[in-house]
Ligand binder design. Structure first.
Ligand SMILES: [Ca+2]
Ligand SMILES: [Ca+2]
Length: 454
């Protein structure tokens, strides 16, 4: 009986795909049945992606129902009326489907399974996406097998077993062949609301594939730099399992230049609880405790398999102190060094100034990739001049401020044959609104000099 059902499936497959699956000399009696496979997820943690990050990608309006009563006429006519469609609850009654189409189906019994089969004619990446029912008491899982046509056994298991109300997804770099997909009712069932699913083929894909679910997330440690990964179909998800070896901050840069697309990075803790999202073309700081995290890149709209997105996590250390190492000075006395008019050694400038230094963290290590602000307060109307920059990979920074208004000459000092007039202006470097300790905290702002002759 099973053999006959299997033959029916093969005939459907033949009709749908338009290809010959086996030599005509095969008879029903000669076809072995495919052993039933036990579907479990014992090895896998039943993660659940939070609701706000759970995005249904399939629309009911575009669905071809797989229920026999709704099958296309050409298929229905093969089944009816003398051959009632067998329930596709095992590999031998799997319903043939084609890639790129969207199907719906129901599970109406506890521990039920629904099986589908499809064939690919070229090698490539295969993606199977299951849009599950929105019912907290129902947990459907997704399984993918390749049929070994020599032994008629199902091999190459890939499983996606998120928790309830979380869509399942599998990707596989797959040789051309005959594949089986099973939807397994791990917990409960919903006999009223169908699930939707689709199978996609991607002829080109990035070298990190398959990485479409949390179980296939690529392991990376601390800082990383992804420059060559793409979204190769609208369902593609690229997962990273990030190990952070000690409490660190990362500067996270996510760039996507593919036209008419919109990608997003989503951050999760090790239990897949959301830590936030990062929209494309943004640059943010994130603090991470030691531990395991998951990073998911996906498309919110369209895709481009040729233009990579770029995602970098660059370790970042918050500065607490700076060392001013050089300030451009006016050249009439002691150029290139601090001078002492009588109020201590300070750098001296007039209307233009370049300030160079190194930012350090609390331990004295270079504070790299840190956005900082260098500011000083001139005397006339208390006008503030400031410049923003980002410290280098070595913590170095340098800013130039030109067009500074004149000093008022609040102080004066006799220098050889002249009297110099100047102000003493406070200098401060800020990070994130906080003033950093520094070796220079004020400057001589030169106003003018008057010749005295002695
Ligand atoms: Ca990808
Ligand atoms: Ca992927």
């Amino acid at each position: 009986m099973k053999n006959r059902s299997f033959l029916s499936s093969l005939m459907l497959s033949f009709a749908l795909l338009g290809v010959t699956l086996w030599p005509l000399s095969h008879t029903a009696a000669a076809l072995p049945s495919i052993p039933q496979t036990t579907l479990t997820h014992d090895q896998l943690q039943p993660f659940s992606v939070p609701d706000h990050l759970q995005r249904d990608k399939l629309q009911h309006s575009t669905v071809a129902s797989i229920l026999p009563t709704s099958l296309p006429q050409s298929i229905s006519s093969e089944l009816a009326p003398t051959t009632p469609a067998a329930l596709n609850d095992n590999p031998n009654t799997a319903i043939p489907v084609v890639t790129a189409a969207v199907y719906s189906d129901l599970i109406s019994e506890a521990n039920g399974q629904r099986w589908y089969t499809f064939q690919t004619t070229t090698p490539g990446k295969v993606t199977v996406y299951l849009q599950t029912v929105q019912n907290a008491a129902v947990d459907y899982n997704l399984h993918l097998f390749r049929l070994d046509t020599t032994t008629y056994s199902l091999v190459e298991q890939e499983t996606s077993s998120y928790g309830p109300q979380t869509n399942e997804q599998i990707s596989r770099i797959a040789p051309a062949g005959i594949y089986y997909v099973a939807v397994n009712a791990q917990t409960g069932f919903d006999a009223t609301n169908p699930y939707l699913f689709t199978i996609q083929e991607s002829p080109v894909y990035d070298s990190a594939e398959p990485d479409d679910n949390v179980w296939r997330a690529k392991p990376l440690t601390d800082s990383f730099n992804l420059q060559q990964q793409t979204i190769d179909n609208v369902f593609d998800e690229d997962w990273v399992k990030l190990t952070v070896t000690a409490a660190k901050s990362f500067r996270i840069n996510f760039t996507n230049s593919a036209p008419n697309t919109n990608y997003q990075v989503q951050l999760f803790n090790q239990n897949l609880q959301s830590l936030g999202t990062i929209n494309q073309n943004s640059d943010v700081l994130g603090s991470f405790a030691q531990g395991t995290y998951y990073v998911r890149v996906l498309s919110l709209s369209s895709y481009n398999a040729a233009i990579p997105y770029k995602l970098t996590f660059t370790e970042f250390k918050a500065p607490t102190q700076v060392e001013i190492t050089y300030v451009s000075t006016i050249s009439d006395i002691n150029a290139g060094q601090r001078i002492n008019y009588g109020e201590g050694y300070k750098w001296r400038f007039k209307d233009s100034i370049t300030i160079t230094g190194i930012a350090k963290d609390a331990s004295g290590a270079p504070a790299f990739n840190a956005p900082i602000t260098v500011a000083f307060l001139t005397k006339l109307n208390n006008k503030v001049y400031q410049a923003q920059t980002t410290t280098s990979a070595n913590g170095i920074f340098s800013v130039t401020i030109s067009g500074v208004q004149p000093a008022i000459g609040q102080y004066s000092s006799h220098v050889t044959v002249s009297r110099h007039y100047y102000d003493i202006v406070p200098l401060q470097v800020y990070y994130n609104g906080a003033a950093l300790s520094a070796n220079d905290t004020s400057l001589y702002h030169f106003a003018y000099s008057i010749w005295t002759g002695s």
